[in-house]
Design a binder for this molecule. Structure first.
Ligand SMILES: CC(C)(COP(=O)(O)OP(=O)(O)OC[C@H]1O[C@@H](n2cnc3c(N)ncnc32)[C@H](O)[C@@H]1OP(=O)(O)O)[C@@H](O)C(=O)NCCC(=O)NCCS
Length: 168
């Protein structure tokens, strides 16, 4: 499988937020932002792998500023690193008031997307080429986050298995 540059995975979604996206205070629901971040991450992962993908996990997502009705919200996604079947995708969320032009970075999220075959089984993805300094930094940081995720998973699963005892 030929390696592909990270830049080829780049995907953007934009949404002009309306009443249906908001709560009664006029702020956009966190869930609306998370859903669109998931869609943008899915697009980037599909562009890299050219396969069906599923969301395995979404890391902690901080909301730095509220987003309001009438603002244009952009979701910019790129594959940061790939392993066998999984890919870490970084999504940056920016909100802009189209009347004033004022823009701010409101969130960043990291999602793990897994390429799957027609039966839903994890399947290999092409290696990723990080060319620029920024892409190389993202790849290094993604490796750290993956190590932390796998350690956390192991630390939670191992004691549970011990408590359950041998199957059968
Ligand atoms: C994600 C999924 C395909 C993984 O299947 P699995 O049987 O656990 O497969 P594996 O253990 O071989 O893991 C496959 C890859 O996913 C990664 N992975 C699995 N769970 C993960 C998690 N919680 N966080 C990060 N990576 C994860 C593994 O590290 C592995 O990566 P690699 O192949 O690059 O080394 C499976 O759990 C699934 O289908 N989940 C539901 C996905 C879904 O429906 N999402 C939408 C939610 S509504």
């Amino acid at each position: 499988m030929d390696a592909k540059p990270a830049s080829e995975s780049s995907a953007q979604l934009a949404r002009w937020m309306g009443i249906g996206d908001a709560n009664s205070a006029g702020n956009i629901h966190g869930g609306t932002v998370m859903k669109l971040a998931d869609e943008a991450a899915g697009l980037a992962a599909i562009k890299h792998s050219r396969q069906r993908v599923v969301t395995a996990s979404m890391d902690r997502m901080n909301f730095l500023y509220p987003i309001h009705i009438g603002e244009l919200v952009t979701f910019s996604a790129t594959v940061n690193a790939v392993w066998r079947s999984s890919m870490e995708v970084g999504v940056r969320v920016d909100a802009e008031n189209p009347r004033t032009g004022e823009a701010r970075h409101t969130s960043t999220a990291y999602l793990t997307m897994v390429a799957v075959d027609e039966r839903g089984r994890p399947t290999p993805v092409p290696p990723l080429i990080a060319t620029t300094d920024e892409e190389q930094r993202r790849m290094r940081e993604a490796e750290l986050r993956r190590a932390n995720r796998l350690t956390e998973r192991e630390q939670i699963i191992a004691p549970r298995k011990r408590e359950e005892g041998p199957a059968g």
